[in-house]
Design a protein around this ligand. Sequence first.
Ligand code: HEC
Length: 393
Amino acid sequence: MKVRRLLIIAVSLTAIVFLAAATKSKPAAVTFTRDIAPIFYKNCVECHRSGEIAPMSLMTYQEVRPWSKAIRERIVDGSMPPWSADPKYGHWANDPRLSQAEKDTIINWVNAGSPKGEDKDLPPAPKFAEGWTIGTPDVVIEMPEEYSVPADGTVPYLYFSMPTNFTEDKWISAMEIRPGNRSVVHHVIAYAQDSKSKDTAPGGEGELRSGRTHLGGITPNKTGVTFGEGMARLIKKGSNIVFQMHYTTTGQATKDRTKIGFVFSKEPGRKMLVTGNTINTRFVIPAGAANHEVTASKTFDDDVIITSFMPHMHVRGKSFRYTAVYPDGRSEILLNVRITISTGSIPTSPPSRYCCPREPVSIQSPSSTILIRISSIPMRQRPSAGATRHGKR
Ligand code: HEC
């Protein structure tokens, strides 16, 4: 009798276990409104919304649905969201990569036919302040008038100078450059030009001009930037803002009027933020070379804290490596960047995205050097002319 009772208990326990397992193995179907929209709002719509740099908006189900197979492809090959820093080196505050669970959710959703789900599950859409990603700026400075970009031909780099009308020195905690017409603006670099400098001619390569400091730049995959806690840029009173504009023609004559927005810092920056560059403009890549390396370096006289890196190169580049070389001979890889080449295509977006270390990199020993190695893609993979615009169509 006793034996039988035990057996029944054992059997019923097993049944419970099976029941639990059966419920677990049949997860609720993945839907756009409940599972996918939160991921896209967090990791994609910064660029994939109307008027932004990506080719299509991913804000609504109607907009997303036709792209679902392409989305699966770009999630599987890791090319979206764009990010090329090698995870082996450094930790990046702005690393936008999806977790494996998020990737699996998206892939399962596409495999299940991309169901929409219930409207009531949709979270509120993220709000973007009037197109500015830095919030509402305290001041906006705009090109004095529209520039007419011709239909064809090459437009040389152009320089526009605008007064700030600042009557006192200003500390800036965030800034953003907004092209008036993104289809023709390949890049903008903004400088602050000291009013006391005699070197006021608008043209010429920016960094080489006296009294000019680099504020920041924009390329198609870079939006506004808010500086870290206690950090600010100084723009002296009476300064002018100079834009270096690189326009590309599209076959259609059009106009552009680019602007820059600044958010003022509540208090002076405890750390003054400046932009420097380490650049190599004179090298030759032998024809057909599969892995030609170019280097550049910069040695610091003072202690510095590095808050961001911006590897930038045009069509030829395929990888970047920043190494700190200390006076005692030690060296350390700070950032390693490789372009992900999506299936069957040619790299169209050379790295040109800021990589911001989670903990700023502190270089405390003067005469340390940052050495940069860049390698190039072989000639036979040369992208078509249309692809030179950082992948923007
Ligand atoms: C930093 C900006 C940025 C972010 C963030 C971003 N994208 Fe993109 N995306 C682009 C740009 C620019 C292109 C066009 C160039 C290219 O195809 O690489 C693009 C292209 C694509 C394409 C290919 C479209 C085509 O024409 O075939 C897909 C699919 C895509 N993105 C999906 C996503 C998804 C999904 C996310 C989020 C998980 C995302 N992207 C995040 C900028 C971004």
